[in-house]
Design a protein around this ligand. Structure first.
Ligand code: PMP
Length: 419
């Protein structure tokens, strides 16, 4: 089976002693390069291009059709059911903010502190129960069940993460969703890190809502999705007030559309939707090849990291828990941002360092976060633009850094560490 091709970066990245043309971008967890098929879809869409749902001109009708076809493609991708809406948003953060605004009064939200800020923060204070970072799977189940048992709220929403953007671990979504359902709660799934690697079928996962971002799914920035049950969305005030969301405006008042349009006021990001849908189609078509490629890279990454002295990796659940090819680690005695700067400048390898918009989780994972300088880690995250050579280069570079420290002198300035 074939892998979908990514648009290759044809920039030569300057490092200190040479220009690395095959810069190894091991930061797919932040944003992915676009697929070639996505680039083609965008190119085609840009050729006949007008407004959406705004008229009967030819170009406008073509563009409107693309937009709705993109929605249908996403419906298939998430296995949308009758009564589910697929709303195009800007990204996962936007999707969860929309959902937060659409909750009926008297809804209590349950969210683990291990979550990304995009799903930890949008909920109104006073009706959110934060569950501590779990120490094990059993702990996660028990924490959730206990909190739900104590709740007297009329409506309940449990927010779950599909795959951690820090440890890469897959959350036991189906299992926790079953716990939620037994207590009459709905479930919203953050699939930002799951959708690039695994199928995200609403029914199979047992969830009511799913959200993800195009830019982590081999499409460009600016388009995301919130898909799921339509009733709360139809009853809520529009996310944005404006054209496209209205059914009728008279001097007496305004009535709003039902369905996705209610929350998509303003001229929509058609090109972004087309791109995102093309990525969904390609990932579905090549699912087996993608999973096999990433499983091989991920195995080698995990085994290689475990073999380097002075490197510690982090897990929420267990070292051998199933995960997407993402890992967070620290190097004894070295500041994480220095590790990341040296990997880039000396080896042509891009990774991320910091707290990954999951401050509470990183603080919980790092044994003594305030013991030695900033409590940050390095994250390596793999995907379709990566080859086995990238992983070997990364592991060799990290081993030499851990054993001997950086090869150059670095200074810490406003732009971080520079050689
Ligand atoms: N959830 C997770 C798990 C993520 O990794 C991210 C992005 N880092 C988000 C949500 C937010 O995605 P976006 O920045 O595209 O809104």
């Amino acid at each position: 089976a074939e892998l979908p091709a990514v648009v290759s970066a044809d920039l030569g990245v300057p490092t200190v002693h040479r220009t690395v043309v095959d810069y190894a971008n091991l930061d797919h967890g932040a944003s992915t390069p676009a697929l070639v098929s996505v680039k083609h879809a965008v190119d085609t869409a840009l050729r006949t291009y007008s407004s959406v749902h705004r008229g009967n001109g030819y170009a406008s009708r073509v563009t409107s059709r693309w937009y709705e076809e993109a929605r249908q493609e996403v419906r298939r991708f998430v296995g949308a059911r009758d009564g589910d809406h697929v709303v195009f948003t800007r990204n996962t953060t936007d999707s969860f903010n929309l959902l937060a605004r659409a909750l009926p009064r008297e809804t209590e939200v349950f969210v683990f502190e291990a979550e990304h800020h995009a799903t930890l923060l949008p909920w109104a204070k006073g009706r959110t129960t934060r569950l501590p970072v779990p120490g094990s799977l059993a702990d996660a189940r028990a924490l959730l069940a206990q909190a739900l048992e104590q709740s007297t709220a009329r409506n309940r929403l449990v927010v779950l993460c599909g795959a951690s953007n820090v440890t890469g671990e897959l959350w036991p979504v189906r299992e926790l969703a079953d716990v939620a359902r037994r207590h009459g709660a709905r479930v919203a799934l953050d699939a930002a890190q799951l959708a690039p690697h695994r199928a995200v079928d609403l029914d199979a996962l047992g969830v009511d809502y799913v959200a993800f971002s195009g830019h982590k799914l081999y499409a460009p920035f600016g388009a995301g999705v919130l898909a799921g049950r339509g009733d709360w969305l139809d009853a809520a005030a529009p996310y944005l007030a404006g054209g496209g969301a209205t059914a009728a405006v008279t001097e007496l008042g305004t009535t709003w559309q039902r369905g996705a349009a209610r929350h998509e006021a303003g001229s929509p990001n058609v090109i972004g939707a087309v791109a995102l849908a093309a990525a969904c189609a390609a990932l579905t078509e090549h699912r087996d090849a993608v999973e096999a490629h990433e499983a091989a890279l991920g195995r080698r990454l995990a085994e290689g990291l475990a073999a380097i002295d002075c490197v510690e990796t982090y897990s929420l659940f267990a070292a051998d828990h199933e995960r997407v090819p993402v890992a967070a680690f620290t190097v004894e005695g070295l500041d994480s941002s220095l590790v990341s700067a040296a990997l880039s400048a000396e080896h042509g390898i891009g990774v991320r360092d910091g707290k990954f918009c999951a401050h509470l989780l990183v603080d919980a994972l790092l044994d003594d976060p305030y013991a030695a300088g900033p409590a940050t880690a390095v994250r390596v995250s793999l995907g379709l633009a990566n080859t086995p050579e990238h992983v070997e280069r990364f592991l060799a570079a990290l081993a030499s850094l851990a054993a001997e420290g950086p090869a150059f002198e670095y200074e810490h300035g406003p732009d971080g560490w520079t050689p």
